[in-house]
Design a protein around this ligand. Structure first.
Ligand SMILES: *Cc1c(COP(=O)(O)O)cnc(C)c1O
Length: 428
């Protein structure tokens, strides 16, 4: 298998960021998420560099939902990232990591009154998803005697080649304002008094392995910018969202590089803004691309069983890693303690959850496995731990960060006591 440069095989073991995964599993226990800090930094530099080679006014807003660990926020904050945030929790994490309020965009199609009040209080820009929300936000800002900078999230009605659960720019999506209603929304914002429409926001979906949809999206947004200038809006940023995919099937996926991505969108963007005589910032909101490949999930084999197929029953299930069950996602698996043994048999790697769907990987050729062996699930950094749960009353596992030859916990494992800690016994 083609391993990314931060993973390697040494003396039969899989290593990540200069650490032997067999040692890490021994030291910290399994299941265990392991994240390579240097890989995140390298990914950030590569994506930022590809875009700024075309145009200097680029801002990267990390899509916070992809991985909510504070240590990850801190790494990205130190690189200069802002964040695309969807909740009060994500706002708090971003601010705690040192991101400035001006570099955040509060997104979401269902913001509560408390969410809107928080954005007003902290001076965070809001991507407004409906006229109802606009009116509520304007009222909240008026009450606080403030003005809030906003964008509208426009639904560009673009079909993208990805899993239907993560195609967000279709005409049928719950997100955004239909293109046909968007000018009226900006007109209302211009007149509202306590909101200032300064931006345009769009996000067409996730895990997109082609650049054409992004190019079409930028065309739609440039046309919209032109219409907005006509009604008196001066766009100071155009936010094209995230969604650039990564090659989960390491042998066969052909994923665009950041250079391909920049090469597809930047000429359209640059010609568009030049024709319009404006110099807005270009914002992008990558999640998966920045952190997806930085992380592996280590899981121990509990038992092996041959039935209609051969199962390697491991200690991590969809409570910790739901992407295979939820999106039919393919993740490569490596026998981490037998990493240079040739494949001998087909295994399905199955978790401990009481559900048929709890299969992390189906029918993979692996070395002969036995109880105690260690499996690494690759590319688990995005929407991995972030989507975990305590289903089947399983405490969540620990997360370790490795960097410069060191390894340390960035989240301790939960205990059984943690499971019970928030539960109360009704007085009867
Ligand atoms: C999820 C999301 C992103 C990030 O998507 P990736 O595929 O992880 O890059 C960006 N913007 C918005 C609005 C999102 O909902």
């Amino acid at each position: 298998m083609i391993l990314p440069p931060h993973l390697m095989v040494k003396a039969g073991h899989l290593w990540i960021g200069g650490q032997d995964t067999v040692d890490l599993a021994q030291r910290f226990g399994t299941p265990l998420y392991v994240t390579d800090e240097d890989r995140i930094r390298e990914n950030f530099r590569r994506l930022a560099g590809a875009l700024t080679a075309h145009y200097p006014n680029v801002r990267i807003l990390y899509a916070a939902k992809a991985n909510g660990n504070l240590a990850v926020f801190r790494i990205l904050a130190s690189m200069g990232a802002g964040a695309d945030v969807f909740s009060a929790g994500e706002v708090s994490l971003a601010l705690a990591a040192g991101m400035r309020p001006e570099s955040l965009l509060f997104n979401g199609s269902s913001k509560s009154p408390a969410d809107l009040a928080l954005a007003v209080e902290k001076g965070i820009k809001v991507s407004v998803d409906s006229l109802d929300e606009l009116r509520q936000l304007n009222a909240a800002a008026a009450e606080a005697g403030k003005t809030v900078e906003i964008a509208f999230r426009v639904n560009p009605e673009i079909d993208v080649p990805t899993h239907p659960k993560i195609a967000t720019g279709l005409a049928t999506s719950k997100f955004g304002i239909p293109a046909g209603q968007i000018l009226d929304a900006y007109r209302e914002a211009l007149d509202a008094g306590h909101v200032n429409p300064v931006g345009i926001h769009c996000h067409i979906g996730s895990q997109i392995l082609a650049v054409e949809p992004f190019a079409r999206e930028v065309e739609v947004l440039i046309r919209l910018a032109s219409d907005l200038i006509d009604i008196g809006v001066d766009p100071s940023f155009i936010d094209i969202g995230g969604g650039l995919g990564i090659p989960y099937r390491r042998e066969t996926d052909r994923a665009p590089t950041p250079e391909d991505y920049a090469g597809a969108i930047m000429p359209i963007f640059l010609k568009g803004i030049r024709d319009l005589g404006i110099e807005p910032e270009l914002w992008i909101e990558p999640g998966r691309w920045l952190i997806g490949d930085s992380t592996i999930l280590l899981t121990r084999v509990n038992s092996v069983k041959t039935a209609h197929r051969t199962f390697a029953n491991v200690d991590a299930g969809f409570n910790l890693f739901i992407r295979p069950a939820m999106y039919d996602a393919h993740h490569e698996v490596v026998a981490a303690n037998k990493a240079d043994t040739p494949p001998q048999r087909e295994y399905s790697v199955a978790g401990p959850i009481c559900e048929m769907g709890d299969i992390l990987a189906s029918d993979r050729m692996l070395p002969d496995l036995e109880a105690g062996d260690l499996i690494a699930v690759l590319d688990a950094g995005a929407y991995g731990f972030a989507m975990s749960s305590q289903y089947n009353s399983r405490p969540r596992c620990a997360e370790v960060l490795v960097a410069g030859g060191r390894a340390a916990l960035m989240r301790r494992a939960e205990t059984i006591d943690d499971l019970i800690a928030t539960m109360l016994t009704p007085p009867w």
